[in-house]
Design a protein around this ligand. Structure first.
Ligand code: NOJ
Length: 450
């Protein structure tokens, strides 16, 4: 029997671009996920776009009612920077702010804590045209945006996340060119970008501390958690060390981002790897970047299984016949256990799982329901992994399933579905999947029935 803390956050996650639609409604400015997808430079499956997505912008009231039906006591969503500040800086779009204020009010009325992400990849196009994350002015642009949002929502929102997955918007968007803005920058450029993001984070934390006393602040990184072959101390230590290394590459690693933010220093391997090329930092800058945070959030889908060596030539993530989700990610339920242990051990903060989920190709069946036994099993196993960490004394604040709804999965378009709630994209009809009902029962029992 598993015992979760009394005030455990049972949540589900989304992000503005992936659900809102209303891409130019009521004064919203464009983000790179609008402009670069419309102009065709973005390579999105089937040439799809996020113009309407699941039209949350117009369906949010009924969608909060669905959250309530599932029994969520928290909901993680992101604010669209260009909905609030159409040009990224300059005049505020009051209608945009009002949308988020009304949403928060409706959530709170229904007993649901808003967990707000300030940057989930949708850089305002106007700022992109001025160099985006490569321009050192962006730390101040971001701070101003956070000032506006936190003044408007500070009395309603207790949990704030500055950035979602710097690993991915840098790795996929600015290095590998598969996400907006679809660029291949040099390592020298990525040093500037890294520093600008770290400073932006630091300035945002300052603003949040000023405007939202008592708030709990963090960021939501991802990164590979490497899994041991067995539970022996040597194996566990080997996996932990690898999880702290520049694996699978420096930008996508854990410690490239987490060591500066949580420990106030470069990761141990960085100096040797980059020498003089490493971004320079003053004492004041380190202090800004590494202000104390309240939790270590983590987005986690699959652990790296590097004991694969097999004739079929699988990569680090796989082995012959290993169970997979619809987008080919491995099902490795022990990852929530090890990741929680490793990050708590290293950074000493409570853990908040801000994303974890399973893509499938769900559809409404003849009986009008969406049966998704694979997702139920996935959730059950992963939550047991998390419960094991809780059992062993790791403080875990909450769990947020990705995603509450089927939605726009970036470059993959709409093919794969992560949601607890099925969405028919033609009619915008929502249907609770079996997994939503299963999650509802787990939440009602505070996990005791896992
Ligand atoms: C990471 C991202 O934060 C989210 O936007 C994305 O849809 C999921 N993982 C699934 O890929």
């Amino acid at each position: 029997m598993y015992v979760f803390p009394k005030d455990f956050l049972w949540s589900a996650s989304t992000a503005a671009t992936q659900i809102e639609g209303g891409w130019n409604a009521d004064g919203k400015g464009e983000s790179i996920w609008d402009t670069l997808v419309h102009d065709g430079t973005g390579k999105i499956a089937h040439s799809e776009n996020a113009d309407t997505a699941i039209d949350f912008y117009h369906h949010w009231r009924e969608d909060v009612a669905l959250m309530k039906e599932i029994g969520l006591n928290a909901y993680r969503f992101s604010i669209s920077w260009s909905r609030v500040l159409p040009e990224g800086t300059g005049p505020v779009n009051e209608a945009g702010l009002r949308f988020y204020r009304d949403l928060c009010d409706e959530l709170l009325r229904n007993g649901i804590q808003p967990l707000v992400t300030l940057y989930h990849w949708d850089l305002p196009t106007a700022l992109y045209r001025q160099g985006g994350w490569k321009n050192p002015a962006i730390a101040d642009w971001f701070a101003r945006y956070v000032e506006v949002v936190s003044r408007a929502l500070g009395d309603r929102v207790k949990y704030w996340l500055t950035f979602n997955e710097p690993q991915m918007f840098c790795g996929l968007g600015l290095k590998l060119g598969v996400h907006a803005p679809f660029e291949h920058n040099t390592d020298a450029d990525m040093m500037t970008v890294t520093k600008n993001i770290l400073l932006a984070h630091g300035k945002a934390v300052q603003v949040l501390r000023k405007n939202c006393p008592g708030a709990r602040v963090g960021l939501a990184p991802t990164g590979d958690c490497c899994l041991p072959r067995d539970d022996s101390p040597e194996e566990v230590e080997r996996a932990r060390q690898r999880s702290l290394s520049p694996y699978p590459n420096y930008l996508m690693s854990n410690t490239w981002w987490a060591d500066p933010v949580f420990l106030g220093k470069y990761p141990a391997w960085a100096r040797e790897r980059f020498g003089e090329q490493l971004y320079p930092m003053t004492e004041e800058e380190w202090a800004l970047v590494s202000q104390p945070l309240d939790f270590y959030a983590y987005n986690c889908y699959q652990g790296t299984v590097d004991f694969a060596a097999d004739p079929a030539g699988y990569d680090d993530y796989g082995y012959q016949g290993c169970p997979k989700t619809a987008n080919g990610w491995n099902i490795t339920p022990q990852v929530l256990y090890y990741a929680s242990k490793f990050w708590f051990q290293r950074y000493g903060l409570p853990i908040l799982i801000t994303e974890n989920g399973c893509a499938q190709q769900d559809f409404v069946m003849l009986d009008g329901k969406v049966h998704d036994p694979q997702r139920v099993d996935f959730l059950h196993r992963y939550l047991r992994g998390l419960a094991r960490a809780v059992d062993e004394g790791v403080p875990v604040l909450g769990y947020s399933y990705w995603s509450l709804f089927d939605n726009f999965e970036w470059a993959a378009g709409y093919d794969i579905r992560f949601g607890l709630i099925h969405v028919d994209y033609k009619t915008q009809q929502r249907t609770l999947k079996d997994s939503a009902l299963w999650y509802r029962d787990v939440i009602a029992a505070n996990g005791i029935n896992l």
